[in-house]
Design a protein around this ligand. Sequence first.
Ligand code: UD1
Length: 426
Amino acid sequence: MEEVIKIKGNKLLKGAVDISGSKNLCVALLPAALLAQDIVTIHNIPPISDVYNLIDILEVLNARVIYKDDVLIIDSSNIKYSDLTIETMHKLRASYYFYSVMLGLFKKLKTYGIGGCRLGSRPIDLHLKAFEILGVIINSNDDTYEFDGAKMHKARIVFEKSSVGATINTLLLATQIKGKTIIENAAQEPEITELIKYLKQMGADIYQSESTIVIDGGKKMHGTEFTNIPDRIEAGTYALIGAAVGDKLKIRNIVIEHIQSLLDIFDVLEVNYRIEKNNLIVSKSKIKKGIVILTSPYPGFPTDLQQPLTTFLSVNKGTSVIIESIYDNRFAHIKELNRMGANIQTTNMNIIIHGVEELNGTVVSGKDLRGAASLVLAGLMAKGETIVSGLEYINRGYENMIKKLKKLHAKIELSLLNIEENEDEK
Ligand code: UD1
């Protein structure tokens, strides 16, 4: 038996939803707290499974962690080296931020590789190349890396591609290497700007100007208190839910600027929304035309919203194209949407969405975090009953999605499904 989400769709949602703290920022804030070797307090940390896995790793390294309500206190004054050849490293992709932090603090690390959603090839070559340019010697075999940082030195790193993870890993390591390290073609996502703010509060010397980051490393770092930003992908997901099935749905506590690329799309599609300070109010809008969208690094339209946007555009009068330029296989949701009556094709990296009148509920299977969320949106839009599997993915990145949707009057609940039956039906 598998725990699944059961949705009775085609119902208007109203009320207000509070957006939680950013997943992609907090997965960097937690490992980076170790650099203080002191007490760090972080507010607005969402209770998602990635956070619990990172806490497990922090505790392996002898940090003391208290997590109550949404406040996380990490005391790393007695941090001790330990190999990270532990299964938890496989449970999320961002566990690789411990690579740079441990190398910075202990000049060595033996560790397992990482996990994360399967979205096609997700190499970490840019991270490893940057480490090597900073003087790290890397030995890897199968799933184990041995990093030797005894001879690390400052360097100038020019990324051939904008990468959030590689920028963060390089930045974290450079704070522990004496002298000025320069990163060019660095990613510019808001999570990076905020991480820099946090590291500066901890005593690091960092200067960021557009895609250039200069780190004057080797400064003594210390404890701090910091507040995580709202999650722009959760905000965008609920904004799309509002545009599909909202009745003045209020999305509270967001940074409007962080979802501007989605609002630009709303403007073109004439979605009915308004902004009230840090809140967005969105209502169901009939979409009468197609649109062409390219996913790209910030401030472009985020790949993480490609999946819910695909669902939203599936019920439409026109034909839309989304060019997925970041991941070569972020398409697992499409087959499932088509099983619900959507008419979507993929060719290479293009998603071609021929709008249909309506979706119909059935049993669908979520295969990754945002893909599973996009199927929940499909269930909310569809006629009849939809059963979505892949709850474990949703719990990686969305705080209490079912509880939040219930509060908005969605007919949604957890249920048990016999997996074999599920397979038979497909
Ligand atoms: C981060 C986000 C993720 C988002 C992605 C793109 C976190 C925890 N996750 O992931 O939600 O989908 O940014 O906005 O912040 N690449 C390489 N080699 C590397 C690293 C990346 O080729 O060593 C490629 C990737 O395959 C991808 C592109 O670069 O095509 C961007 O990836 P990157 O920005 O690194 O994504 P993540 O940091 O993994």
